[in-house]
Design a protein. Structure first.
Length: 136
């Protein structure tokens, strides 16, 4: 009921605005009252034509559509961010391996390569899980 009142208040405001415009027009009182009466009848006709249930259903359907789109947008954005972070992690792991190679110490190179492999596997797993959630 309160939502309907808001819409009716809007229409009433439009009617008042039209009425004030007519009142301040430089015409005689009779012409002004006639125009105002005509505009009020038009406004009343428009209000009478409104099917409140249909309007509520339309708004409700559109809101549901928008919510679904927002949920999908959020999920897609998260997957894209996860992919970007996966790529950043891979790049940094490669850089770590290159630094380790400069030490000429096999243990450090092996550890850096092992970290690179685990980081790659973990980040791929995260992206796959997020993508599967997107499909749900």
């Amino acid at each position: 009921m309160a939502k309907n009142n808001g819409f009716l208040n809007f229409l009433t405001g439009v009617g008042i605005g039209v009425g004030l415009g007519i009142l301040f027009a430089p015409e005689s009182g009779d012409k002004t009252r006639a125009k105002l009466g005509k505009e009020l009848r038009k406004l009343q006709d428009k209000i009478d034509e409104i099917d409140v249930d249909e309007l509520k259903k339309e708004f409700s359907d559109k809101i549901k559509d928008i919510k679904v789109e927002l949920e999908n947008l959020d999920k897609e954005k998260i997957v894209e961010l996860a992919k970007e972070e996966r790529d950043n992690l891979s790049k940094k792991a490669n850089e770590l391996v290159e630094i380790a190679k400069k030490t000429d110490m096999d243990d450090i190179v092996d550890a850096a390569n092992e970290f690179k492999k685990k980081a790659k596997d973990a980040s791929l797993d995260v992206v796959k899980k997020l993508e599967s959630k997107l499909e749900d």
